[in-house]
Design a protein around this ligand. Sequence first.
Ligand code: TRP
Length: 349
Amino acid sequence: MKNIILTGDRPSGKLHIGHYVGSLKRRVELQNSGKFDKIYVMIADAQALTDNFDNPDKVRANITEVALDYMACGIDPAKSTIFVQSHVAELTELTFYYMNLVTLARLERNPTVKAELKQKNFELSIPMGFLTYPVSQTADITAFKANTVPVGEDQLPMLEQAREIVRSFNGLYGETLIEPKAVLPENKACLRLPGTDGMAKMSKSLGNCIYLSDSADEIKRKVMGMYTDPNHIKVTDPGDTEHNPTFIYLEAFSTQEHFAKYLPEYANLDELKAHYQRGGLVDLNVKKFLNAVMQEILEPIRLRREELAKDIPAVWDMLYKGSEEARKVAAANLADVKKAMKIDYFADR
Ligand code: TRP
């Protein structure tokens, strides 16, 4: 069996550091590991339209932003096929056949869909396109025979549902589709990076994100304004590091080398944490260190992004090439699906 990756993001906003540690960084490592036969990275514009159908301009603008974010982080079009979902019409056809294998009740039970319906105030009047996006996501994955899907933790229910659809399909029509598995970050702090305000998730609507495209000043302002431990009032008070986003970020981003370079008084994060926990460590010093770490990580990404942004037509050329290539692969796999279902009536003409 071939090792194939398919993954992607909705272009509903620029990507932020939660995307970076939650999945982008891992994708780049997997890309450069040489262990994969093919890597597809999809900009899921059709899926983004399921909850932005009233604002296609926003989706369009963010296709460019996400493509820039990808390349700035090291996703390399020479090694990975970056493509736009809506260009691959075969995905829609697959979705239509897979719809027969899923019940309404099962879709309504999907925990990620459930949470999103609530968050978007869709509960009273659910758009069908939105409710069925897990089915279309199954099409995205299986159209490329992907076995590996590096994503954030919130996508686990999608993968579970995809595996169920694959099993039903293979059971009914014979072994055709590959059951995919998710690849998540190993570091707990990276699984779900909280917002700078301490809220459980970074989200554009909450204004608690640090973007990959943020300027050095914006990063500094956001880090210095971060929520910490509200009970750490006097410096001498014992502080909590476990629910404190500044420490969660350090857990996700800082390395031994960062300590040696910027905070040599402490050997590592454990020592810094211990000091905070027993009291006597001022939040400002933690934030200054975190700022140095974030600046070091984000500066090269931002500079590369600025360089790439100088030639937007080249970005669209790259996306077009990737999308054409993806379309060919999806078409071949769709033909296998139709054959398995015995609906390939005209295949031998
Ligand atoms: N649901 C993903 C997101 O919210 C985007 C996506 C669409 C995706 N299809 C996919 C991710 C297939 C992995 C595999 O960003």
